[in-house]
Ligand binder design. Structure first.
Ligand code: ATP
Length: 622
């Protein structure tokens, strides 16, 4: 959005991190895999208990066990963020985890069944319901974009050509954005659901050994809510990113080869970069955060350490066979908890609403002019009455035609106005009964949880009181025996701390291994691609031309590609320019073919002038 300015004070808060455990699958049960998770929902602790030894628990904002409903998750995780987005804050909710752990189930779910709807479709009802309850002073415009990052390429899932690669750009006034990404204005739950369906059909999924319908891309569904309050003329813009990441997986477990190995290594690589960004943000010592190392981290730059209210949902499998991956996910999530964001209300000075209102005023003025023209028509008719009857008939016919044309123009303009007006949603208009019904469900379970929270708070207060009393009593009995017990306790604490550090070390080593695997996979692919390129160069391009090409190659850091110097003045480009401006330019005198297509006649002759090249000497031009 242009002219984005920021309100005075930012709200500083950590990224909220939640864990959701999916049930054991039928396949896991049939293969005899054990459930190894220990969950304490009161204390929000979770631990992996593989060998029976006392495992290290991780603490999060909330841990959702297997039987947690979609609506519970929505209420706890999404409601606060969506409410803030309606007020003009940026919000992000992203699901992270190993493949097949329920990221898509949590974010999208099954939206044909109300209780299985995931976070994304539930936000639709929530947003439209809140708009219908807002005061009539406030107008809203809701727009949607939907993109995926597949093999490090950005694609528009709502475009007629979803395979087209889009570029990421950055501007000081706008920030990071995707060039040519299509935004759609929506005015109802039906229209926004239709867009979600359309995008999902274009998303890349495959059946893998670990998930029948596995998402092979990172998908970002963005809802932008602009609202304008007419009493103070203030416009705010809240952007809500709903992110379903592709699942991390080990090549050894999925047995992927070829294209699938390429997908998997790209997924692992971008998740590794995400991990590096998180580490850099958390350790606080790095002056440089490597956002630019992957498309995913570039697009989520504001969500991690920036201007956004962010929640992460870490998905884990309960099965013993997934111990390593679940451990990695929990460790990853535990680090994210320490990321601090600075969210503020985005205030817009020339928003979409103002643009639409301006357009409506212009169209209304045109209609007014046409009406004035119409009023003059009878006068013309009267004048013509005095003329001869044949001429009068002809003039009358012309007048009628003119009138009809004006009427048509007016009705077209009115239609245009009503289309624009439909895009502006006025608060308080009771258009969204379905949305209200859904909101009622959310609210009623919200009230339930509020009661539970109150009880929980009371219990906590009693516990703290009792704890204090116990401390007072214990302080009265200081004896040698107690001192001894104290020292033993300390030793035990140090011992358990030592064990924790050892475990952490092992985890880190495992994570490092995973990163190495991803890098090696990627490296193998790059070597293969380079060898192929060299082979093609050796077989088809004579040495002297190769030198010319190398001398004219320049690296374009904007597009991250090699480009030929002066390529705009060659071949078809030149021809296009010449035909477009032939009257202004004199044609180029020399014959381009002579420069670009002068190859030696015979094959054998050609072979003698080539020499063998080492592939490492050739830069990889994409
Ligand atoms: N909480 C849950 N309750 C019931 N079924 C679940 C739950 N979570 C996941 N599932 C089921 O597990 C399977 C895998 O889920 P899903 O496709 O959402 O995984 P994913 O993490 O998105 O995988 P990938 O990364 O491969 O796309 C699906 O059949 C889904 O219905």
């Amino acid at each position: 959005m242009a002219n984005l300015k920021v309100d005075a004070q930012a709200e500083v808060e950590n990224v909220r991190v939640f864990v959701r455990v999916r049930p054991l699958t039928k396949k896991e049960e049939a293969e005899g895999h054990q459930h190894i998770l220990l969950i304490d929902t009161k204390e929000n602790l979770i631990a992996l208990n593989r060998d029976g030894s006392s495992p290290k628990p991780f603490k999060f904002d909330q841990v959702f066990p297997e039987d947690a409903t979609q609506l519970t998750l929505y209420r706890v995780i999404a409601v606060p963020i969506v409410e803030k987005s309606l007020q003009g804050y940026n919000g992000t909710i992203f699901a992270y985890g190993q493949t097949g752990t329920g990221k898509t189930y949590t974010m999208a779910g099954n939206y044909t069944k109300p209780d299985l709807k995931g976070i994304i479709p539930n936000t639709f009802s929530h947003i439209f319901s809140q708009i219908s309850r807002a005061s009539g002073e406030t107008s809203f415009v809701v727009t949607v974009t939907y993109l995926e990052i597949y093999n490090e390429e950005v694609r528009d899932l709502l475009s007629a050509d979803p395979n087209k690669k889009l570029a990421i750009r950055e501007r000081p006034d706008v920030g990071v954005y995707v060039k040519d990404l299509m935004g759609f204005t929506v005015d109802s739950i039906e229209s926004i659901t239709e867009l979600l369906n359309r995008g999902n059909k274009n998303r890349v999924t495959r059946s893998t050994l670990m998930n029948d319908v596995s998402s092979r891309s990172h998908a970002i569904f963005t809802i932008t809510i602009e609202s304008k309050n007419r009493s103070n003329n203030k416009t705010t813009v809240g952007k809500l990113n709903l992110v379903d990441l592709a699942g991390s997986e080990r090549a050894s477990r999925t047995q992927a080869t070829g294209e699938r190995l390429r997908e998997a290594s790209n997924i692992n690589l971008s998740l590794s970069v995400l991990g590096n960004v998180i580490s850099a943000l958390v350790d606080g010592k790095s002056s440089h955060i490597p956002y630019r190392n992957s498309k995913l981290t570039r697009l989520l730059q504001d969500s991690l350490g920036g201007n956004s209210k962010t929640a992460m949902i870490a998905m884990v499998s309960p099965a013993d066979i997934d111990y390593e991956e679940s451990m990695c996910t929990l460790r990853y999530a535990a680090r994210v908890k320490h990321i601090q964001n600075h969210a503020r209300i985005n205030v817009e000075h020339k928003g979409l609403i103002e643009g639409f209102e301006h357009e409506i005023a212009e169209l209304q003025e045109k209609i007014h002019q046409l009406s004035l023209q119409e009023q003059k028509q009878p006068l013309i008719k009267k004048k013509k009455d005095k003329a001869s009857s044949q001429a009068r008939a002809e003039e009358l016919r012309k007048c009628e035609e003119e009138l009809q044309k004006t009427e048509k123009e007016k009705s077209d303009l009115m239609q245009k106005i009503s289309m624009i007006q439909k895009k502006i949603l006025v608060g308080g208009e009771n258009l969204f009964e379905k949305a209200q019904h859904q909101a009622f469900l959310i609210e009623s379970s919200g009230a339930e949880i509020e009661n539970l929270d109150k009880n929980h708070q009371q219990l906590e207060e009693t516990l703290t009181k009792k704890g204090q009393e116990r401390i007072d009593v214990e302080e009265k009995y200081s004896s040698l025996q107690e001192e001894d017990a104290g020292v033993t306790k300390k030793i035990k604490k140090v011992q358990s701390y030592l064990n924790e550090v050892k475990e952490e070390y092992a985890d880190k080593e495992h994570e490092y291994q995973r990163e190495m695997e991803a890098l090696l996979d990627n490296n193998r692919l790059l070597v293969r691609e380079t060898q192929l390129a060299c082979l093609m160069i050796d077989s088809h391009i004579p040495k002297e031309y190769l030198k010319k090409i190398e001398a004219n190659l320049i690296w374009n850091s904007e597009t991250q590609e090699y480009q030929m110097r002066g390529v705009a003045y060659t071949g078809n480009n030149m021809r296009k320019r010449q035909s477009a401006h032939s009257e202004f330019f004199t044609p180029i005198k020399f014959e381009m073919k002579a420069v670009y297509h002068k190859y030696p006649e015979k094959k054998r002759e050609r072979r003698t002038i080539y020499d063998k090249r080492s592939f490492s000497a050739v830069p990889k031009a994409r």
